[in-house]
Ligand binder design. Sequence first.
Ligand code: F3S
Length: 642
Amino acid sequence: MNLTQKILNAHLVSGKPVAGEEVSIRIDQTLTQDSTGTMAYLQFEAMGIGRVRTMKSVAYIDHNTLQTGFENADDHQYIQSVTKKHGIFCSKPGNGICHQVHLERFGVPGLTLLGSDSHTPTGGGIGMLAIGAGGLDVAVAMGGGAYYLTYPKVVGIRLSGKLPYGVAAKDIILEVLRRLTVKGGVGKVMEYIGEGVKTLTVPERATIANMGAELGATTSVFPSDEVTRAFLKAQGREADFRELAADADAEYDEIVDINLDTLEPLVAQPHMPDNVDTVKNVGPIKVDQVFIGSCTNSSYQDMMRVARILKGKTVHPDVSLVIGPGSKQVLTMLARNGALAEMLGAGARILESACGPCIGMGQSPKTNAISVRTNNRNFYARSGTASAGIYLTSCETAAITALTGVLSDPRTLDLDLTVEQPKEFEVNDNLVIPPVAEGQEDTVDVVRGPNIKPFPLGHDLENAVTGKVLLKMEDNITTDHIMPSNAKLLPFRSNIPHLADFCLTPVDETFPARAKEEKGGILVAGANYGQGSSREHAALVPLYLGIRAVAAKSFARIHQANLINNGILPLTFADEKDYDRIDQGDTLTLPGIREKIEAGEEILELKNETKNETYAVKMPLTERQRGMILSGGLINYIRSHS
Ligand code: F3S
């Protein structure tokens, strides 16, 4: 077996472990971040389960850390109190970005991790099977429920050789994205194999696993070997180590060969992470801002390489350099060993250890800016400045670019860039608040400020669903389009009525008003609808606006699951050409839908009343998903089954 199969099969609860079949697995650990977490905990409470039933659940507060009003602070207080009551550890603001901290302090090779953040697969760097899901799936897992997924195909990414000078782990994953594209990983796990794996540190593996999310992959996984042991030992957690690898004769559905010796510095250009070219080909474009940080590239070793490049130099006068070390551990170590002083000396602006600019939480670039960043996504308008162009690179490329003011190749540096892993990381978990002991739950009051609003619930599916096409969209609509997530909106993640006024406004500003006027309707979209972050709000907010169905050429995996979880029908055109026949404003009907779903029919009729045409649409559902769609979502389904 390959390693993916070994871990999955050891956690199998139901289903046949055959690619394409639905299986359910036991979840050992969960993580949430605050932006999806408030809702996940509201949902967890709605299920009426007292204490979490996982081995470890951690709530991180790392996304909405700006406090320019009461909203974020209210959410933080809600999370801190609700977690304390229900058996969950809470990592307070300032402790760091969820994936970086989880890797450092909680990740365990061979365990399963379900997180309400699409970059949860970062845990694959330490040999976990770590999957990003909607907050509701995570709430169910916290309650001891299994996680349902399609048993994946496994792609062996075989690394040989060793990275040349100035070329980084980030360039490996950019190369994978260049070859496979943002759709290349759908339904697959990327398993890293081959001699080249040994040459990569745990944080480097984590960078690669992190951006596997941009391939649309279920997750990515690395073996757990002596490099992993050394990392865990340096974190004071050697006891958590377990050696894990694929069998020598393991089989893979596909093999992708990458010779590390031949790689060069790469850059993903606006506005897609797979729009990759070499730094050399893109050339010395003028840069206005550089951001180094995020869950992709903010480890101790990343930061030390950056400090080395900046040492004794000055940031270019036209560039704003912002650096966000990934965790309190990293920042403390940089402060102690003087590297932080080197960064400050060069003119860097140091941010708290949080997601920050990656999620548009501060540091939006100026109009028409070119911003070089080390994070994982460069989608349109995600930075908070729609006219800005975001280029994704390694830390080394970003740091030298900050000095020269133009996109630059780090291979021209004449510095030793090797950074050894410290023998001991500085461990201080005083910002992780443990839950009360079992039996003490009643001693904790959950605090709900005015920003904590009830969330919408679906209702039983009727036998005919009818609605106007409220919006017709192109291919590759992201969850950032559906529910923008900028500094102004992030404080309202637990306030759906407020968010509704911004739903799909990057596509059409008049959409929310139209949806309200029509009292809901249907959406039509092109291919890969809902790609990007796992945010469940991209389903919850349309549900609040009365969206009953989305007819698309295809869906991104997590978003499709989120739609079903919330009782919205994800319909895929059997013949993509039918997409062209529908216009915005047409009235569509799904006749006899309830009976057909009850009968297990997977091909449904979508009638265009306006044009008097009928199209075939597909909605393959498992038995459990059928139950969810019929009862109007997962919470209703769980309530009616418990
Ligand atoms: Fe945060 Fe950006 Fe990662 S929002 S979790 S740093 S993708």
